[in-house]
Design a binder for this molecule. Structure first.
Ligand code: RTP
Ligand code: MG
Length: 140
């Protein structure tokens, strides 16, 4: 399988509980390399743009409020089949449905405050990485 890059975000519920290292340990144990990383506090406009695909969904307003409620850690993960592998390590959106051992099963508070974001396909990964990082910041 090809080496891919995917965009990951450690969400405000997880940064607040000091879980950045524990989550990164899971990525690294699974063979994903963190090739870029930065801690930022998203503005409302930035969160609305990033999650624009969901703007008609009933949870959009709550999601934007949550994603701007504290700092996030945006990161680029590199590895074989990184997009699908990261989604597997994250687990289902709703932590009640997430498989044992996944990040969301272990750390998420609920379906909204679910600790991590991960790109869902190669094309969205490229778009989402470019939203947060310049090429010069990605060091494999
Ligand atoms: P993500 O985009 O953050 O990686 O999560 P995902 O693909 O598993 O879930 P998605 O359907 O794309 O939803 C994006 C984020 O919106 C919040 N959400 N809240 N209250 C709700 O019913 C609800 N549903 C989704 C979650 O933070 C979810 O990760
Ligand atoms: Mg999604």
């Amino acid at each position: 399988m090809a080496i891919e890059h995917t965009l990951s975000i450690i969400k405000p519920d997880a940064t607040r509980r000091n879980l950045t290292g524990a989550i990164n340990a899971k990525f690294e144990a699974a063979g994903l390399r963190i090739v870029a990383q930065k801690r930022i506090h998203l503005t409302k406009a930035q969160a609305e743009t990033f999650y624009g695909v969901h703007k008609e969904r009933p949870f959009f307003g709550g999601l934007v409020t949550f994603m701007t409620s504290g700092p996030v850690v945006a990161q680029v993960l590199e590895g074989e089949g990184a997009v699908a592998k990261n989604r597997e390590i994250m687990g289902a959106t709703d932590p009640k449905k997430a498989a044992a051992g996944t990040i969301r099963a272990e750390f998420a508070e609920d379906i909204e405050a679910n600790s991590v974001h991960g790109s869902d396909a190669a094309d969205t990964a490229a778009h989402e990485i470019a939203f947060f990082f310049a090429g010069i910041e990605i060091v494999g």
